[in-house]
Design a protein around this ligand. Structure first.
Ligand SMILES: [Fe+2]
Length: 228
């Protein structure tokens, strides 16, 4: 039996420990050690709550790595990529407040269940917005389900009103979702995932991000992170 309340407390403690890490005045560690500690805490948070959803194990690690690689492909500066990686590792943190039956439901969610599931972005944003990261981590978590045409959630933002990092996370998130096994369907090929996004020119995803992602797999030979 998974003790969700305990898990939530542990996550909150880790977030509390993260709080002073980026404040020069409050942190007792050097900037390098602070960054290492923040990533260690983010990884611990990712591992802890992913056990609630067997089909998503390793999801945030794969998304963080793919988002980093897309960021590099798009020549984003190193510091921005660091923030992107950190947000990737905890982008689904809000799922800690989603009922376990929904996370592990072997069939597709119905409309009202999907609406509950969608609240994870706002929960995640609320959990992270008090931490003064040097990057807009809470905003990336909030926006990773927004879509270019405004059909996403929670705010229905359009195009460039969505932060570039959030648009990268959105693509990385969907590539991993499609290429991972689900209770109700097997994993699909990565190219099926990306080409379906490419066909959607100007629709749901940022085409520069999709193109960078495609180059990554086709030209650079990128492989999804294998955690086994
Ligand atoms: Fe999500």
């Amino acid at each position: 039996m998974i003790d969700v309340e305990r898990m939530k407390k542990e996550i909150e403690e880790r977030l509390k420990e993260m709080q002073p890490l980026f404040s020069r005045k409050k942190s007792e560690l050097s900037p390098e050690r602070s960054l290492q500690r923040a990533f260690a805490l983010a990884r611990a948070i990712a591992v802890s709550h992913e056990v609630r959803d067997t089909y998503k194990e390793g999801h945030q690690f794969r998304v963080a790595d793919l988002a980093r690689a897309i960021g590099e492909q798009m020549n984003l500066d190193k510091d921005r990529i660091t923030g992107l990686r950190l947000a990737g590792l905890i982008h689904d943190i809000g799922k800690i407040d989603i009922p376990g039956e929904l996370l592990s439901k072997p069939t597709k969610l119905d409309e009202s269940e999907a609406r509950i599931m969608q609240t994870h972005v706002e929960i995640g944003h609320a959990m992270l917005k008090g931490i003064r990261f040097p990057w807009p981590v809470a905003r990336m978590v909030w926006e990773h389900h927004e879509r270019m045409d405004g059909s996403g959630y929670p705010r229905g933002l359009k195009g460039k009103r969505i932060l570039l990092e959030s648009r990268i996370l959105a693509v990385a998130d969907v590539v991993d979702a499609i290429t991972s096994r689900r209770a109700y369907r097997p994993a699909r090929e990565v190219h099926v995932a990306i080409y379906s996004m490419k066909g959607d020119r100007g629709g749901l995803y940022d085409q520069d991000v999709v193109d960078a992602c495609l180059r990554l797999f086709d030209v650079q030979g990128y492989k999804m992170l294998d955690l086994d």
